[in-house]
Design a protein around this ligand. Structure first.
Ligand SMILES: Nc1ncnc2c1ncn2[C@@H]1O[C@H](COP(=O)(O)OP(=O)(O)O)[C@@H](O)[C@H]1O
Ligand SMILES: [Mg+2]
Length: 241
């Protein structure tokens, strides 16, 4: 039997930004795989390349060297249009600052990504209701972002990330703007989504949050310095006679 393809593969990925003749090596020679159903924390100090890495996993940017594969396909070999479509259908993004549109209510914000997937308005709103339900926010569907707390806005942003049933949810410091109790609730929501099978990659500064993910990837100065998976001890089986 062959092993299933990893959802995402990075092979010797580097990203160098060039601005006014100055080159910044933001990510250097990073390789790893992420399988379907994993929840992975990405840690590292500020400036260590976490967001740059996430932008490449999320098809927002391409490596300068090396390759990113999504379900076995080298994303650099797709046309820009194909890549945008793949991003809309396969990747759900969550940001520290929620990034909700202020002039749209919760359900409209959640439904928005489906516009790019060519789904009609009625079907969009029906799916947005389901997605809001999944994050416990259906009762606030017609509230605007300014009427919601930070934690509630982040739940709406997570509902938006889930709307197109993405292969992978990418979260960049999703609890960074929240108090610790609200952050813990958002983390519990991610953990519950992961238990239901959602693949999640979460950038975090918070070691307390990272320890709740089974796998932690650490970056330093753009390099991968560790990639550790916690194995749960299997329950002891009684001796078979
Ligand atoms: N668009 C850009 N142009 C030039 N340099 C950038 C750009 N984005 C990030 N960088 C630089 O790349 C390095 C990594 O940044 P980033 O990926 O944002 O790190 P982190 O998310 O871990 O804080 C930093 O030195 C940062 O200044
Ligand atoms: Mg960052």
């Amino acid at each position: 039997m062959t092993a299933p393809l990893p959802l995402i593969s990075l092979r010797s990925v580097s990203k160098t930004y060039r601005t006014d003749g100055v080159a910044v090596a933001a990510v250097r020679n990073v390789s790893f795989d992420i399988a379907q159903g994993e929840i992975v924390a990405v840690m590292g100090p500020s400036g260590s390349g976490k967001s740059t890495l996430m932008n490449m996993i999320g098809l927002l940017d391409l490596p300068s060297e090396g390759a990113v594969y999504l379900e076995g396909a080298n994303v650099a070999e797709l046309s820009e249009d194909r890549r945008s479509l793949l991003r809309a259908r396969s990747i759900g993004f969550v940001f520290q600052s929620y990034n909700l549109l202020a002039r749209h209510n919760a359900i409209e914000n959640v439904a928005l990504p489906l516009v790019y997937c060519g789904v009609g308005r009625k079907a969009r709103l029906a799916r947005a209701e389901t997605s809001l339900q999944a994050v416990g926010m259906l009762h606030r569907a017609h509230h605007f972002p300014r009427q919601l707390s930070g934690g509630e806005q982040q739940r709406v942003a997570i509902a938006r990330a889930l709307i197109a049933s993405p292969l992978i949810v990418l979260a960049d410091e999703p609890t960074g703007a929240l108090d610790s109790r609200t952050g813990a609730e958002i983390l519990a929501l991610f953990a519950a989504l992961n238990r239901d099978g959602q693949t999640i990659v979460m950038i975090t500064h918070d070691p307390g949050i990272a320890t709740q993910c089974r796998r932690t990837i650490r970056l330093h100065d753009g390099e991968l310095v560790s990639d550790e998976t916690l194995f749960q001890l299997l329950p002891k089986r009684s001796a078979v006679s």
